[in-house]
Design a protein around this ligand. Structure first.
Ligand code: WTA
Length: 674
């Protein structure tokens, strides 16, 4: 693949000069009040939304969302925009009917855009597929017919455990088309994690593949499915996409090749209308306990908000833009901004199977150049990795097609923001730092292009039609510059409706701390004197590793499940690249032998098998005791201090402060890398 030797030096030089002094003055620090970067004039003149959008939304929030819902095609209009008579159980667009897949695919074909590319897909080895809206419609119809043939009905749960290939999206849309509820499980999760999700959701079908390509080699998926399905009697069939050609074990009668079953179906399929509140999907996410939560999203409100936020936040121009969310479909970012938002808006997207460093570290930039990507949306952890690799890599490619950048998944530190802006965005691309969660379904805090003056490191303002506050422990709104908790004070269309099968947990987790009308997000936050909101990370026992949510309790319970471990405590220690890294402290059982490195590797493998490779601790320290308060609670704050090599704070509530010295003595010199 040819590399461009020169990179356009653009209009941004002025911009680069403008930031230079702040950058130097704040290197390595979190900036509390950043420079305010005004929107470029050209963008302001042509952006999809103007400054009056905030007033319009606050004048009548429900009318505003109804206007956005009308961007979709409904077969029956709703009677009521919001029913919030039984908080926190919301119903949006009550009585309205639509088909989500029709809205994402068919209507664009009917409008004459069948030849427009929906996805430029590229596999890690460099194989490519171009899929137009007309082709996508045919494939989704065939897959929908196949699901019906397999006796999958509206309301049934279908697990999707696939790599980043077009069939993942086709399978999701086929489910949506027939009203089945999809449950995509990230391919990096283990057989155990998959089994517990299949069981919790009561899945009847698993759609998987022989494997996918990752880091230059085929990696298998089917063995994990065989293992998990063996324990899930409710799963009737396994539909297998051929991707790598690896040998697979086959269970006759249960396993079916996608190509056989889907390949023979008709491309005709009449979409049925479903209620606005019909369940669309379940996405499992880590909570503060060992059991992941099945976040339930429904149809009309979810699609309304993902479509509108995708259009407004990214200033999406369907005829001109090439949009790329560089994330995995297995996470909510992929659901909302690779699949549902872009398709509802008739976007042309890029979808890439592999990792950023395969076969070389310029792979992403090469793809931007090749497809003329105009909008790139990714996570700060990736930006920090690129920073580590050096600016010469992006400088070797022509990135002049880019006009807007997005960030998601964790706070973006100002240094990473400025680097992204300069070395990827050529100094001319505004960055939308979007705060949201699996639970919120769509963007909740973000600047708006052409409207908001940008402040590097801050997600800034609630999206129009969203109400957010920073409050203290009692729920009282805080004055400027105080640190508190982020809450959402009004229901929103894409909000989760419940935790699958556990309404009580839904109420307890999100809507009990400050009453049934206030959503507790679990994030610390602060509002500066200019009204910008800064996110400060999780306040609960959830870690954020490379933008992935992992529960400390989940890793602890895996560790204590190993026969050598008596007790475990896990903390998220700050990490310059991944945001946080997992550090575990374990006490061994009396008869277990501390074999040093060997044991540590064994424990890491054990956690990888229980949860998935992303949950493997960066460091595991074998200790004699753990610091506990007099009431017996593990003092994670101290463990975090140790893991981050900080001076220890107040240890007066420790039962035995000598414990700390014992733990410190056990610290290895350098963290192990995977
Ligand atoms: C964090 C990902 C700061 C936050 C869409 C949240 C962020 C959790 C941002 C949700 C951001 C996400 N700035 N923090 N722009 N975006 N977070 O469910 O802690 O995987 O609660 O959803 O990621 O992670 P989730």
């Amino acid at each position: 693949m040819g590399r461009a030797t020169s990179r356009r030096r653009s209009s941004c030089d002025a911009g680069q000069r403008r930031y230079a002094h702040e950058r130097d003055g704040h290197r390595g620090q979190r900036r509390d009040r950043g420079p305010s970067i005004p929107p470029p004039d050209r963008l302001a003149a042509h952006a999809n939304v103007g400054p009056d959008v905030y007033d319009e939304a606050s004048a009548d929030r429900l009318a505003f969302w109804a206007t956005q819902a009308r961007r979709l095609t409904w077969t029956q209009e709703w009677d009521e925009v919001l029913d919030w008579s039984n908080p926190p159980f919301a119903q949006w667009f009550v009585g309205g009917k639509l088909n989500v897949a029709y809205n994402c695919v068919d209507r664009h074909v009917e409008d004459g855009h069948g030849d427009q590319v929906a996805y430029h897909w590229e596999g890690e080895p460099g194989d490519t597929r171009t899929i137009t809206y007309a082709q996508l419609k045919d494939e989704v119809c065939k897959a929908a017919n196949a699901l019906t043939e397999l006796d999958v009905n509206a309301g049934d749960r279908v697990a999707i455990y696939l790599p980043m290939i077009p069939e993942t999206i086709i399978a999701m849309l086929a489910c949506a088309r027939i009203g089945a509820v999809h449950m995509v499980v990230f391919g990096g999760f283990s057989a155990d994690a998959l089994a517990s999700r299949l069981d919790d959701a009561g899945a009847v079908l698993v759609i998987t593949s022989d494997g996918g390509y990752r880091r230059g080699a085929p990696s298998a998926l089917k063995p994990a499915v065989d293992d998990a399905v063996g324990r899930s009697p409710g799963v009737r069939n396994v539909l297998v996409v051929k991707r790598t050609g690896q040998d697979v074990e086959w269970t006759e009668g249960r396993d079916l090749w996608w190509d056989d079953v889907v390949g023979r179906q008709s491309t005709e399929h009449e979409p049925e209308s479903f209620d606005a509140e019909h369940p669309l999907y379940i996405m499992y996410t880590s909570g503060t306990t060992a059991k992941p939560k099945g976040i339930l999203h429904t149809s009309g409100g979810y699609l309304t908000q993902v479509a509108y936020t995708h259009w407004a936040t990214f200033d999406l121009k369907p005829d001109d833009d090439v949009f790329w969310t560089a994330a995995d479909v297995g996470w909510v970012t992929g659901h909302s901004y690779i699949v549902y938002g872009p398709l509802a808006n008739r976007a042309t997207s890029v979808m890439y199977e592999g990792t950023p460093e395969t076969p070389h570290r310029g792979r992403w930039f090469e793809l931007i150049q090749k497809y003329g990507v105009t909008i790139l949306y990714t996570a700060p952890t990736v930006i920090r990795t690129f920073m580590k690799w050096g600016e010469d890599i992006p400088a070797g490619f022509d990135l002049s097609s880019l006009r807007l950048l997005g960030s998601v998944g964790e706070p973006i530190n100002p240094e990473a923001w400025l680097w992204y802006h300069e070395h990827v965005g050529g100094g001319r691309c505004p960055i939308m730092d979007t705060w949201w969660q699996t639970e919120t379904g769509a963007h909740m805090l973000t600047p708006l292009p052409g409207v908001t003056s940008l402040v590097p490191g801050s997600a800034q303002h609630p999206f129009p039609g969203i109400s957010a506050k920073v409050v203290d422990d009692e729920g009282k709104e805080l004055s400027d510059d105080s640190t508190g908790l982020l809450v959402l004070t009004e229901p929103w269309p894409a909000m989760l409706r419940t935790i699958w099968g556990d309404d009580d947990r839904y109420v307890d987790t999100y809507w009990s701390r400050f009453g049934k009308n206030v959503y507790f997000a679990g994030d610390g936050a602060k509002k500066d004197a200019d009204g910008n909101i800064w996110l400060l990370g999780r306040v609960d026992d959830v870690m954020n590793v490379s933008g992935h949510r992992i529960s400390t309790t989940e890793v602890e319970s895996s560790l204590v499940g190993h026969p050598a471990v008596a007790e475990a405590a896990v903390v998220g220690a700050s990490d310059p690249t991944t945001g946080q890294g997992i550090v575990a402290f374990v006490i061994l059982r009396g008869n277990a032998e501390d074999s040093g490195d060997e044991l540590v590797q064994e424990l890491r493998t054990h956690v990888g098998k229980d949860i998935g490779p992303i949950a493997k601790p960066r460091q595991i320290m074998v200790v004699q005791e753990l610091p506990k308060t007099r009431s017996g609670k593990i003092m994670r704050r101290l463990l975090r201090d140790i893991a981050e090599n900080r001076e220890l704070g107040d240890v007066t509530t420790l039962t035995d402060s000598s414990v700390m010295n014992m733990i410190k003595d056990k610290l290895p010199a350098a963290p192990s890398e995977d």
